[in-house]
Design a protein around this ligand. Structure first.
Ligand code: MLC
Ligand code: AMP
Length: 501
């Protein structure tokens, strides 16, 4: 039996006794122990009826058991579907109803809220808590230590990752075994990751960055991962002298720079700092180099494509750019209206093609056709410009998107919640620059004639329905939304007027 992703990434470690997941509060897990844990979990999945192609939804705290569940899902032929732990019940309901998983794994505290949702699609609920305990792992010791890997080909689905959309409806990006494997191999080669590396892992594992970029490359190389439950400046500063790599969003780097303990000496053992998921300000790059002697390596990717470009490992890492396409990735800039390739040096829509590009959106053929051309190029929604010597800069987005602390937020989703409140006639949500999160969310509200807006009630409605990172940091009542001649809301005007609040 061959399983394209499992055979390359996990199976080779079955007898590897070196460290995979190093923890501060529990013994480290060797690669071999990890492979065994995954096999035992694969049996649990099989006992719960998992068939090839079945989805497994996971909304659980970051634990090594959750990483093993990821491997187990692949080994059992399933499709891994992790969810942000901050999502509220209504948000989870959408994903579960859309993806129709066979199994839903959640924190024990969420069972009451999620059981009826699971029941509507016939999914079994299993639990996994922050200590790795729960009905998923309770009986692991009684399960066999090995599992007969289910056959899966390069084009079969390995993961379904939801990414929010301009319409407010999230789309499930279908990622294949080859998508994940090819990207992991390309990055491992490019960034020269080896088994001598120790990666500080402080990202969540429900998104591309923490799950695929960080873990798949480590698995590819056999590196050790210092596995932290969440981001903490103290923990990272403590780990730096014993580590060689860090992968983070720009907020990691601005927060580290705000601490005087970050020095050249403390970072002397480090080999590579990687940033992505949101723009790293050139100033942050330069300040980090001045302080530590290291040039942060910025790369660019997205849920649908994994990584597309990277600054070089050897060679100039140019501040304010995301480097050059990975060797297997074709990248072009096109005119958003005509689709024609723009002249050299001009700004255009970034389109990418390669083994990293997803298969389409789950059960959304029309959305897929809109964004994935028949010739295989994916229209990213990001606007870029390429320098004469080939470095790509991301200069804007054609999509109405806010990126806050590395999390994507589509204003439409928040506007829909706000517009449903009876006292609100209409709303416009947009991002303004924020020193910590890169962008902060602001909502401009127009109140129904004769109604009074109760901001506490409004914030309360948002709190009930949406994850915390999507909550506007400020609400502004205005008389009317500024519109252009076509009737489109001019968010740039609002941004300018309300940025200084
Ligand atoms: C936390 N909060 C946020 C937030 N993170 N608000 C907006 N945006 C965020 N990103 C809220 C908290 O709930 C809290 O609310 C308040 O802000 C202060 O939180 P904090 O304690 O300062 O934040 P912290 O928990 O330290 O989290 C910050 C962070 C985290 C940057 C470490 O957001 C994070 O891990 N971001 C990484 C996201 C990521 O992995 N992105 C990759 C996507 S993949 P209150 O109510 O308590 O005040 C992708 C593809 C690619 O994009 O290219 O990689
Ligand atoms: P997501 O859909 O969550 O995977 O987010 C992908 C989006 O994040 C991309 O389309 C970009 O807009 C943005 N992004 C990722 N990396 C970078 C980067 N290095 N610089 C600027 N934007 C980035």
């Amino acid at each position: 039996m061959t399983n394209h992703f499992y055979d390359h990434l996990f199976a080779p470690h079955a007898a590897n006794g070196s460290c995979f997941l190093k923890r501060d509060d529990a013994p480290s897990l060797s690669y071999a122990e990890f492979v065994e844990m995954a096999a035992r979990i694969a049996h649990v999945l099989r006992d719960n009826g998992i068939e090839p192609g079945d989805r497994i939804v996971v909304q659980a705290p970051k634990t090594v058991e959750m990483v093993a569940l990821y491997a187990a899902t692949i080994q059992a032929g399933g499709v891994f579907l992790p969810l942000n732990t901050g999502y509220k019940r209504d948000e989870v309901e959408y994903f579960v109803t859309d993806a129709k998983p066979r199994v839903l794994v959640c924190d024990p505290s969420a069972v009451v809220a999620l059981s009826d949702i699971a029941a509507t699609v016939g999914a079994t609920v299993l639990t996994l808590d922050a200590g790795g305990k729960g009905s998923l792992t309770d009986g692991l010791a009684d399960q066999a230590r090995t599992f007969e890997t289910v056959s899966r080909g390069p084009d079969d689905l390995a993961a379904l990752l939801y990414t929010s959309g301009t319409t407010g409806r999230s789309k499930g990006a279908m990622l294949t075994h080859e998508n994940l494997l090819s990207n992991a191999q390309a990055l491992t080669d490019l960034w020269k990751i080896t088994k001598a590396d120790t990666l500080i892992h402080a990202l969540p594992i429900f998104h591309t960055h923490g799950l695929f970029v960080a873990l798949n490359t480590s698995l590819c190389a056999g590196a050790c991962v210092h596995f932290m439950a969440s981001f903490s400046v103290d923990a990272i500063l403590e780990a730096l002298p014993h580590s060689t790599m860090l992968m983070g969003v720009p907020t990691f780097y601005t927060r580290l720079l705000a601490d005087d303990r970050l020095t050249r000496g403390l970072a002397a053992n480090m080999r590579l700092f990687v940033s992505g998921s949101a723009p790293l300000l050139a100033d942050t790059h330069v300040e980090f180099t001045t302080r530590t002697g290291h040039h942060i390596l910025e790369r660019y990717g997205m849920t649908e494509t994994n990584m597309n470009t990277s600054n070089p490992f050897d060679g100039e890492r140019r501040p304010g750019t995301v480097g050059k396409p990975l060797s297997s990735v074709e990248l072009r800039l096109t005119n958003s209206e005509t689709g024609d390739i723009v002249e050299d040096g001009e700004i255009g829509m970034i389109e990418v093609r390669g083994p990293n590009v997803f298969k389409g959106y789950w059960q959304m053929p029309e959305k897929t056709a809109e964004e994935l051309r028949e010739n295989g190029f994916f229209i990213t929604g990001d606007l870029g410009q390429i320098s004469a010597d080939g470095y790509l800069s991301i200069v804007g987005r054609s999509k109405d998107l806010i990126i806050t602390g590395g999390y994507n937020v589509y204003p439409k989703e928040i506007e829909d919640v706000l517009n449903d409140i009876s006292s609100i006639e209409e709303s416009a949500v947009f991002g303004i620059p924020d020193a910590d999160f890169g962008e902060a969310i602001i909502a401009a509200l127009v109140v129904e004639p004769g109604a009074a807006a109760d901001l506490e009630e409004i914030a309360g409605a948002v709190t009930t329905k949406l994850a915390r990172f999507k909550h506007p940091r400020r609400y502004e009542i205005i008389d009317a939304l500024p519109r252009n001649a076509m009737g489109k809301v001019q968010k740039n005007v609002l941004r300018e007027e309300l940025s200084q609040g």
